[in-house]
Design a protein around this ligand. Sequence first.
Ligand SMILES: C[S@@+](CC[C@H](N)C(=O)[O-])C[C@H]1O[C@@H](n2cnc3c(N)ncnc32)[C@H](O)[C@@H]1O
Length: 257
Amino acid sequence: MTDETKRTVRAQFGRQARWYTASAVHRGSASLGELLRLSAPLPEARALDVATGTGFTGLALAARCRQVVGVDLTPDMVREARRLAADRGVPNFLLCLGDAEALPFPDRAFDIVACRHAAHHFPDFPRALAEMGRVAKIGGRVVLNDTCAPENPALARAMNEWELRRDPSHVTNRPPSELVALVDQSGLRVEAAVMTQVPLEFADWVRRSGVAAAEAAALRASLLGASADARSAFRIRLEGDTLRFAWDEIVILGVKR
Ligand SMILES: C[S@@+](CC[C@H](N)C(=O)[O-])C[C@H]1O[C@@H](n2cnc3c(N)ncnc32)[C@H](O)[C@@H]1O
């Protein structure tokens, strides 16, 4: 099951790497600013960006740190990130292939460990958190950002069903309370948890994950036909023909004891 999920991740993101490079959501949602603020990077810091994708978070950290290493499971995403770093002339952003659940780095190697918009793809998220804590130095900052499900289980189920229909590599979005509890249980000291929102436009959201036209139409109808509670929780609305909605996001700072 775990290996199957990871094969699906590589296939899914391998197909879609070029859409991620162009994605406004990944380039700069409010969460990226919060992640940078909570990372509190110093010029001498060495940072790790786990599941770096096409490298937006890694590139932002590289402007503020001595060195950033980006690690990702999908070769095409790593290739795109490497190309972006070269195009932008960012020599202190290094890239490698690797699994968040078995990070290829020694203990206590990094001052900052960031992970953005990816934890919902990890089959064993507690293990990934343990790995992030392991490679952080004592006093180092682990900053986790992900979209989160509502606390209401029915709404959480609806969000996860939509995400899974859109992206077969989706595992689960968790509510904020569960994410904070898991960071705490991993042994990190939770020092901050900040909520933000990621505004989404339906056509861009399905294009980025390569959903076939018929399924995209069914998914659009499902969002538009959702309960009043769901439409309110996810801010689902039509502006002309354009379907817009938003997920909540959380940015959590855990400090290595
Ligand atoms: C939405 S993209 C990441 C976006 C990126 N962090 C950013 O800030 O723009 C999700 C990434 O998670 C990666 N991924 C999924 N499961 C992974 C795992 N177990 N280990 C490492 N990377 C993984 C995928 O290959 C994909 O590149």
